[in-house]
Design a protein around this ligand. Structure first.
Ligand code: AMP
Ligand code: MG
Length: 431
């Protein structure tokens, strides 16, 4: 085991239980251990300054402060008449209409005792007034020069006082906040042209395999089209990351090395296929030649056992199994939590809920399975039914799923009616 391997292993607590063979972590670890290693090897996050309106979906890396009091003036929250509460205490009260205040209509003149000012929602309340009586509780004279206020009001009624929501200089959005439409609106309202957010990592996707051709090519009888790369690029896009596609590397040392070296110019390289290690020794050699330390290579997950995680300095490499569902599931379980955190997200993991399984399912025990499922929120709570699927290449079966049922590795049968954990897919609400 190399010196760098040792350091990385020490950084990740779970790694101390791993068994190395020829400098290679060959033991199968649990999903929890894999997670510990992943999160123990997170590179420092980078930040960038971008136009505020492009910050949707990003995470703030700095607080956003109010540039002025909100509201900026005592603001009417109803259409009606601005009055002194004292003048209408014995309502009905007859008042002279001293003017009008409209939103955007300038600063109204001061209200004198015995006067009312007709006021619209959003307009500044004139100095001297301390309440607004709503229009429904007033009766204007035909010439609109006088008004009878029919009901009394308390001081402060129907006025949002200046600075009630925020004072100038106060942090209104804290670093770590996900930027949604409301946050974009706030930055606009304070005139903040730019936001400091966590940078998205640069990511490259590389497929490997002699059997692969591109989607616009006609496969020979012994070939298949590369679908994993497109699946991964789509999964990355759902995380907000536009990744570079590096094409297909043939199963030969020089080609893989050259493509991997290109991929290592990004923050994260995601490789699919061919990294199940035992298969071709050259894969392991190429990792070593490029100075990439393998931190784990087998995880007790189904589908997806031969999942590789490696790093070179701050650059991370994920080697996902070639089977299409293995690639999809291991991305969600292992790549998403890391990339999401690199983007600043606090909880990038897919949501998991407790629900009722509707039909029995069986498995050979040993690894935790993620079974494609249909899940729904019903009046009885969350419910899920595992879908029929043939094997870890069955994307047709998986495409009907909106969730996965988590089947614990120690069990061989989950009965209909049992409580299970359901992991919702990232586009659950659209499926
Ligand atoms: P591997 O992990 O390379 O041993 O591949 C396992 C299985 O997944 C094989 O049947 C491959 O043909 C298939 N496979 C590998 N890469 C891809 C890919 N990019 N798209 C679709 N299937 C793939
Ligand atoms: Mg292969």
């Amino acid at each position: 085991m190399g010196c760098r391997d040792n350091r990385a292993a020490m950084r990740a607590g779970a790694a101390s239980r791993r068994v190395f063979k020829d400098g290679f972590p060959s033991v199968m670890i649990s999903i929890e251990e894999a997670r510990e290693i992943l999160l123990g090897n997170m590179p420092a996050r980078k930040t960038e300054r971008i136009p505020f309106h492009q910050a949707l979906g990003r995470v703030l890396a700095e607080d956003v402060a109010a540039s002025a009091d909100v509201p900026p003036f005592d603001r009417a929250t109803m259409d009606g008449y601005a009055v002194r509460a004292a003048d209408v205490r014995g309502a009905p009260a007859d008042l002279v209409v001293g003017g009008e205040a409209r939103a955007g209509g300038g600063v109204p003149a001061e209200l004198r005792p015995g006067e009312a000012v007709a006021i619209m929602t959003g307009a500044p309340v004139p100095r001297g007034a301390d309440a607004v009586q709503k229009v429904e509780a007033c009766c204007a004279s035909p010439c609109e020069s006088r008004v009878t206020v029919l009901e009394p009001v308390e001081a402060g009624d129907n006025i949002a006082p200046r600075g009630r929501e925020a004072k100038a200089g106060e942090a209104v959005l804290l670093a770590g906040r996900h930027v949604g439409p409301a946050e974009v609106a706030l930055m606009a309202s304070f005139g903040h042209a730019e936001a400091v957010v966590y940078a998205r990592p640069s990511v490259a996707v590389l497929s490997t395999g002699d059997e692969l051709v591109e989607f616009d090519e006609s496969p020979r009888p012994d070939q298949i089209r590369n679908s994993n790369a497109w699946c991964l690029l789509a999964q990355l896009r759902l995380l907000g990351i536009e990744a570079d596609y590096l094409g297909i590397a043939r199963d030969d040392r020089a080609r893989l090395r050259e493509r991997m070296a290109e991929g290592l110019r990004r923050d994260v390289l995601v490789i699919t296929g061919g990294v199940s290690m035992g298969e071709y020794d050259f894969v392991r050699d190429v990792f070593a030649e490029l100075g990439v330390d393998i931190l784990f290579s087998k995880v007790a997950i189904k589908p997806g056992k031969p999942t590789v995680f490696a790093r070179r300095g701050d650059r991370l490499v994920f080697g996902l199994p070639g089977n299409p569902l293995s690639s999809l599931v291991t991305f969600e379980c292992f790549v998403r939590p890391v990339l999401g955190r690199m983007c600043g997200m606090e909880r990038p993991d897919l949501p998991r809920v407790q629900g009722t399984l509707l039909k029995d399912v069986r498995q050979t025990p040993g690894r935790t399975s993620f079974l494609p499922a249909r899940a729904a929120w019903t009046e009885r709570g969350w419910e899920a039914v595992a879908l029929d699927w043939k094997n870890s290449a069955d994307m047709i079966g998986f495409s009907k799923a909106n969730a996965t049922v988590v089947f614990p590795g120690g069990r061989d049968l989950l009965r209909g009616g049992e409580a299970v954990e359901i992991m919702l897919l990232p586009d659950f609400f659209a499926r």
